[in-house]
Write a protein that binds this ligand. Sequence first.
Ligand code: FPP
Length: 246
Amino acid sequence: MPPLTHSGVPRHVAIIMDGNGRWAGRRGLPRTLGHRKGVESVRRIVRHAGNRGVGVLTLYAFSRENWNRPKAEVSELMGLLQRYIRSDLEELVEQGVRVQVIGGRHDLNSTLLGMIENAEARTAHNDRMHLVLAFNYGGRDEIVRAARRAAEAVARGELAVEALDEARFAGFLDTGTLPDPDLVIRTSGEQRISNFLLWQSAYAEYSFPDALWPDFDEAMFDEALRDFAGRERRFGTVPPVTSVST
Ligand code: FPP
């Protein structure tokens, strides 16, 4: 499958939305207000990525490690996803956005779970852009859950061990048949991948803009796309010979 859409826009952009806490701290505000402000950036970037022709946008909204934050912050982040779905679902439906949540579901409360399932069902047939929210997500956890699913398929006699190759294994991941991310953006200047899409990002390009997530805007997103368009992706091969000297 070609990694780019026809226009050179990455088919799949994944974002680690970092810097909400610092954004709030610099203004003497509680961290929770930084996360609230971060939802405004989510809205902006979802609309804009759709307009730019991005096929899949994945946003890292809550990591498994985030459970270790203060209780009030954890419950704010849980509440924000509920409020986002409640307030934005109709617009996402109208925009033709398909919503999918990846990550472990067992730890989520039943109200949130119901809202996630409803959002996924309501948007299941949308195809303008696929919005993937990584929530209670960890890359290693996803790989372990995929390994369990593969082992269960073997145990049921539905999969021969020899038939398990990279493509079949990828199908057991939460991302299933989605294309791998071409571009991973992490805001706030930090340069870490923090357990995000470990399997899927094997050949991704990375971009580390300095802006804190609440300040990240359409122009900065476009800048990352322009930078991406100028990179030479080789996927482990050698560059093509462009001229022959005699
Ligand atoms: C990292 O910033 C950000 C998070 C842990 C949460 C991201 C969540 C949102 C942007 C809002 C919720 C999203 C949706 C889709 C409703 P940080 O808190 O680690 O910032 P810091 O490194 O400056 O402390």
